[in-house]
Design a protein around this ligand. Structure first.
Ligand SMILES: C[S@@+](CC[C@H](N)C(=O)[O-])C[C@H]1O[C@@H](n2cnc3c(N)ncnc32)[C@H](O)[C@@H]1O
Length: 250
């Protein structure tokens, strides 16, 4: 499966990326996660990255969780981060668009013997554009979950931003994260970024697509949204790098 997946990967450059309407890219990327979820296996695809991420998360993120902390995991997939966080905190809310991933997440929490993760099927792009704004989002989640004390201190954004093609959407999501968190609230951001100094569109023959922004673009957006980078690390490959940031709301 891994060999097949690698063979199918074809990079297309940033020039071509600029000719493709962003709405088209976004629609394809959303559909992909519903179709290709079984091909997502970072342990096989990027073993060194997974080790680097794990060390960073253990050292810098999990240590900030308290027993009363509540965590929002955006683009949670099958709940790897949600479950690691849930072992250290009060509750984790995992949000993802893929029902198959969420079902796997439910099964993984049972295997892990924990019951403090709630998975929700949402398109985060739509979720962050709700006309009534954040208070309504909070009220709806709290109502649906029967938890009147929904109060998020930590947000995980793990390998998710590269599937948000429009910078305006990305800023909207970052603004929502900023609004949800208390001051000094913490965000963990992992993302694939371009190794060069221009952004890249990555596309595979099977339809998988991602945008690799440059590290400078990413840092600027984080700063504009009101987050300070407390720690960061990365591993570089040919065309892209895997970055991890610990962010604090200013
Ligand atoms: C590469 S996976 C990362 C999963 C997980 N955070 C991890 O690192 O193990 C990206 C996830 O983002 C989800 N996703 C992408 N766009 C989304 C959207 N607009 N709304 C909700 N989930 C989305 C996909 O379904 C997929 O599960």
């Amino acid at each position: 499966m891994l060999k097949w997946f690698k063979r199918k990967l074809i990079g297309i450059n940033s020039l071509l990326a600029r000719c493709i309407p962003v709405e088209y890219l976004q629609k394809s990327a959303l559909g992909n996660w519903k179709r290709f979820w079984k091909e997502w296996n970072p342990d096989e695809l990027f073993p060194d990255t997974v080790k680097m991420y794990q060390t960073f998360i253990d050292r810098h993120f999990l240590t900030t969780l308290k027993p009363e902390s509540q965590v929002l995991d955006l683009g949670c997939a099958e709940g790897v981060d949600s479950i690691a966080a849930a072992k250290k905190c009060r509750h984790v809310y995992g949000i993802d668009i893929s029902p198959a991933f969420l079902k796997a997440g439910e099964e993984n929490t049972v295997k892990a013997g924990i019951n403090n993760v709630t998975f929700l099927e949402r398109n985060i792009l739509e979720w962050c554009q709700h006309p009534d704004g954040i208070p309504d989002i909070e009220r709806r989640i709290a109502g649906q979950l029967g938890d009147s004390e929904w109060s998020i201190s930590h947000i995980i954004l793990d390998w998710f931003f590269q599937y948000i093609f429009d910078d305006k959407d990305l800023m909207r999501i970052l603004n929502v994260c900023y609004d949800i968190l208390p001051s000094d609230g913490i965000c963990l951001l992992k993302d694939s970024l371009a190794s060069g100094d221009s952004r890249e569109l990555f596309s595979a023959a099977n339809g998988y697509m991602a945008v690799y922004r440059t590290p400078d673009e990413c840092r600027r957006m984080l700063k504009d949204a009101g987050f300070a980078i407390v720690e960061e690390n990365h591993l570089s490959f040919d065309k892209h790098s895997h970055y991890i940031f610990l962010l604090r709301k200013l």
